[in-house]
Ligand binder design. Sequence first.
Ligand SMILES: Cc1cc2nc3c(=O)[nH]c(=O)nc-3n(C[C@H](O)[C@H](O)[C@H](O)COP(=O)(O)OP(=O)(O)OC[C@H]3O[C@@H](n4cnc5c(N)ncnc54)[C@H](O)[C@@H]3O)c2cc1C
Length: 390
Amino acid sequence: MKARAQYRAFIDEHVMPVEERLFREDDEAEALLLDLRARAKAEGLWAPHLPPEAGGTGKGFLAYADLNEEIGRVTWAQYVFNCQAPDAGNGEILHLFGTHEQKERWLKPLVEGEARSFFSMTEPDVSGADPTGLRTTAALDGGEWVINGRKWFSSGAEGAAFGIVMVVTEPDADPRRRMSQIIVPADAAGLTIEPVPILGHRGRGWTTHCEVTYSDVRVPAENLLAERGAGFLIAQKRLGPGRIHHVMRWLGQMQRAFELMCTRALEREAFGSPLAEKQTVQNWIADSAAEIQACRLLTLDAARKIDEGGDARVEVSLLKFYAADVLSRVIDRAVQVHGALGLTDRSPLSHMYAQARGAHIYDGPDEVHRMVVSRRIVQAFADGDGWSFS
Ligand SMILES: Cc1cc2nc3c(=O)[nH]c(=O)nc-3n(C[C@H](O)[C@H](O)[C@H](O)COP(=O)(O)OP(=O)(O)OC[C@H]3O[C@@H](n4cnc5c(N)ncnc54)[C@H](O)[C@@H]3O)c2cc1C
């Protein structure tokens, strides 16, 4: 069986039937999730975002885009197959930048699914959209980094074994060389973690978004990832792939919302005919089909370019804001076709709707990605080269 079909069969058989119970995010849901993870791992459906040399089963971005059409259908599936944010991105940077010892200590248990992690960059007191102003510091003292500051929206921090924190280590350097990334065990003295409830999740362990305070937190000097001042470079390596991974999953969400919309439009009658025969609903179906297919083709194009060694910076930014809009629009139309049912826990659409809102903000707000796309294209014209996507 093809890999995509294997993932689809697993999700249809094991995940879809318990989706509503997983959304309760209680003890039973946690036990169910652990059970599903063990089963997925035993079947070799595991860590498909990472290449085999990093301990995963991945075969590149294009192949991963294909799998995510299935994985993305159910928000819980990423946890089942151990490719959830932020562990996926942390695994990638540990694989790319970690020393042998760091990989053994932090990456291995992450890929094995024995530990979880968080990525601590955004701060409450300064703009996350413009991370050059981040304030959390780390200074070397007797062979140890001493970290002080406050972060928030560190996803998954509750119950995680460690985090990767973005800190100012070079205060006098150029703005893009001021930061470094340091690995911090979650049980370090002086570190506190407090979940901040957020739209779309009851919030427990995996799905928390946390405020993390660092008060004289001391970690060994060798916990530095790559060299001093490389924080932004690593962040770009992490966030570029991370953004396209999000969009790949959103495609699964869009497609599912679309299928739910079409099915309901056929089944439900009003004013003497099925909703599918009303012009407005037909427009929603046609527009959604066009927009989803556009996102799919943009995703495949960017994935191919990354597989070929490019960073596809413009392509990924363009995709991030465009796909977030399509995701919101398609789910919204599907909710509307379902009427009040679409707002209840009896339909997955209510959860999908709530979770889609964050897509416009996390890993860079829409406006910043529009700015990046526009700046790069205009610069190419200013340089006399013009712009082409080929
Ligand atoms: C579900 C979720 C998960 C997250 N997970 C993590 C995580 O694991 N780790 C982490 O460190 N962070 C995480 N974040 C934080 C996220 O990355 C930040 O929220 C994001 O970068 C924006 O930063 P901010 O919230 O400080 O908004 P601000 O920087 O305060 O921006 C507010 C608004 O200003 C506007 N704006 C900003 N710049 C411009 C511009 N140039 N032009 C026009 N308008 C502009 C935008 O509308 C933006 O939404 C998460 C956020 C969410 C919602």
